[in-house]
Design a protein around this ligand. Sequence first.
Ligand code: COA
Length: 434
Amino acid sequence: MSTAPLQGIKVVDFTNVQSGPSCTQLLAWLGAEVIKIEEPGRGDPTRKELQFNPDCPSYYFLQLNSDKKSLSLDAARPDGKEILTRLLKNADIFIENLHPGAMDKLGFSWDVVHKLNPRCIYGSIKGFPVSSKYAHLKAYEPIAQVTGGAATTTGWWSGEHDGPTQSGAALGDSNTGMHMCIGLLAALALRDRTGEGTFVYQSMHNACLNLCRIKTRDQLTLDKIGYLTQYPQYPNEKFPDYVPRDGNIEGGGVLGWCYPCKGYPEDPNDFVYVILQRDHKSFELFCKGIGFEDWLENPDFNTADARDRHKQEIYRRVGEYCRTRSKFEVTGQLSQFGVPVAPVLNTREILTDETLYDGNTLVKINQPGYNDLVGEFVTVGVPFTISGYQPTYGPCPTLGGNNEEVLTSLGFTKQQQEEFAKNGTTHPLPDGKM
Ligand SMILES: CC(C)(COP(=O)(O)OP(=O)(O)OC[C@H]1O[C@@H](n2cnc3c(N)ncnc32)[C@H](O)[C@@H]1OP(=O)(O)O)[C@@H](O)C(=O)NCCC(=O)NCCS
């Protein structure tokens, strides 16, 4: 018996770019059958975005669409609508991320699909919540980060690098896909009880804001007392009436900072993150580990509140210690004393770490075709493990690569399929013929 959690679940995936495809990627790896609808001749725009070779799909596409089936389909044409209708009659989940209003215009709104197949769950990704004054905006990653609280709170708060800063993590895109996935799985659980599909709406804004929850915590505190003890601005600088950018603080009440090590600046990533916890036992261990035993008796440092007030001196002293060692030496030494510490790892260090090739964390996929231009590539696998279930990781489909299989399964004859191809429903029309 298969232990794939979503075996038997059929997903009609009308999503492009990253937010939607990251969700359906996870659904596919959990065992669902994912049929990706792509515009004939064009496909998901990421196929041709940032290609390393013009003759094969980009890593952008490859990393988000493995183990899916591709049906190239113009859903604006009458026979395209018929094909999509047949597909939806049998689907467990329909998911889309077109611009606001586009799916209604194509004739496949929630109301329509729900009437067609009351069991089908409908997932819709947009930039903003329906009630938002920005609901009409198209959205990409930075749109979510600048409106969802991430960019305003990230980066430096003074000097030449003072400015809203985007996170390298896809808080707007893949994070939205993961949030949508939670919504869809909850809807599946609900359907088990009610027999009926529901409408799941996930905005990129809300997915980002959800990860900025602790910044809203800080706003509440700021409103009450006018300062934030964990911020580098405390106690010497004046706080604005909104949460300022915080450089590299830990975010909670513990004292953390990212320190340059001896290889910096030749190696721009020779940095280490060191945390000084609040409780006295951890403080003693920290002092022992780093050799600052004088701090144990010093009233500027031997209580957590005092350390908050003298954090600049702490940054200076710990900074000096780190500057004479590599990030790995600091990590090795301080971790022996239970200090939370870790090196800043660059992308090469992460992708070449053999211990991460554990079957889930980083995985290798072999992509056939394209004159072997792709071959083996690395991607991030299912980020959690489920006992008794080992996902397998297969290749990506070519554009329309599963047309025959999908259309045949829907009962369309060979002759009908040829018609679809000829009239542009499943294949691009030759230039000039509409
Ligand atoms: C990503 C985004 C900005 C792209 O906007 P866009 O360039 O207008 O592209 P879209 O894919 O939404 O739609 C373009 C058109 O193609 C049409 N289209 C797309 N796939 C189609 C298909 N298979 N068959 C027929 N028409 C199709 C759409 O209906 C739309 O037509 P319209 O403009 O006449 O309404 C927009 O889709 C969006 O804001 N999505 C919601 C948020 C999101 O997920 N963003 C992506 C983050 S990674």
